[in-house]
Ligand binder design. Structure first.
Ligand SMILES: [Ca+2]
Ligand SMILES: [Ca+2]
Length: 296
């Protein structure tokens, strides 16, 4: 209950922000984690007067598409372009989710003029995100959990966390993670107080970046894109992405997967469920095939 009130309150004060990192881990661990597939599909979205992040989701309807946040790019007049391999790729159309808000369907699709040259990420259309291991990727500002933000944006980082709050109702469609402190459990806001090895938090410039959920195991992960970076939130009076602050993401899936359905209707690219569902389906098809063979 306390967190629900907090989540609503943060909408009014949230700002769009790379990632802050643990004070007891090397920054190079965060800037190399992001080179692994599928995290390397997250590129920089340049707009007039600023930058955000976005994830390449594939080819559909004759075009290549990037998913970003509506508050990063909601109109072609913002002159957005996408850069994931060192070359700016023009955006020929921006489609913003009608009626978007922070933490509530904060989605825009960018139609690219050409193939960005990275592998596409499958986006998730199920509702089993809660408690998943996550990796969040973006180009935002940085600092540590002790200092908060103290350096500018423009370098891609990836950090680990856990999807400890997942909710969809009339005013939010959101996933939150909190930045747990390895030396002070009192900074815990949601879920476990124990940080992941490369725990972190979003900061300015991460907006529009990708949140990936692990639907495999820790040692054998299966990644799906489950959210788009939307907000930084806090309970300590200061939104500087230090320990105890939270990262908010527009949720793509859900019992009714509003985001996934909207992406599919605009791009023709379909979302995918958790791997278990596909295995069951695959087993069913195999049984059907065996039956057909027997009948034949
Ligand atoms: Ca956490
Ligand atoms: Ca926690």
């Amino acid at each position: 209950m306390r967190f629900t009130l907090f989540a609503l309150a943060c909408v009014a004060t949230a700002v769009s922000f790379g990632s802050t990192i643990r004070h007891d881990r090397a920054d190079s661990l965060y800037t190399t984690l992001d080179n692994n597939a599928p995290f390397s599909s997250v590129g920089r979205v340049n707009v007039t007067g600023g930058l955000g992040s976005g994830t390449y989701i594939g080819f559909g309807g004759g075009s290549h598409w990037v998913l970003t946040a509506a508050h990063v790019a909601s109109n072609i007049s913002q002159n957005p372009n996408f850069n994931v391999t060192g070359t700016n790729i023009a955006v020929t159309q921006v489609i913003a989710f009608s009626g978007w808000g922070l933490n509530n369907n904060d989605f825009s699709l960018l139609r690219l003029a050409s193939d960005p040259g990275v592998a596409a990420v499958p986006f998730y259309n199920g509702a089993l995100e809660l408690g998943r291991e996550t990796v969040s990727v973006g180009y935002g500002a940085t600092g540590t959990g002790l200092t908060g933000i103290n350096a500018g944006a423009g370098t891609r980082r990836a950090f680990e966390n856990v999807a400890d709050y997942v909710n969809t109702n009339g005013s939010e469609n959101v996933i939150f993670t909190d930045f747990d402190n390895p030396i002070n459990a009192a900074d815990n806001v949601i879920g476990s107080a124990i940080p992941r090895n490369l725990e972190g938090n979003v900061a300015g410039g991460d907006s529009g970046g990708g949140l990936f959920g692990n639907f495999g195991t820790t040692s054998s992960p299966v990644w799906r894109l489950i959210g788009v970076t939307s907000t930084l939130a806090w309970v300590d009076g200061t939104g500087n992405a230090d320990y105890g602050d939270l990262s908010g993401y527009a949720r793509i899936g859900g019992t009714v997967p509003t985001g996934a359905n909207w992406i599919q209707s605009n791009t023709g690219i379909a979302g995918v469920p958790e791997p278990g569902t596909m295995l069951v389906l695959g087993a069913g098809l195999a049984a059907l095939a065996r039956r057909r063979r027997r009948q034949a």
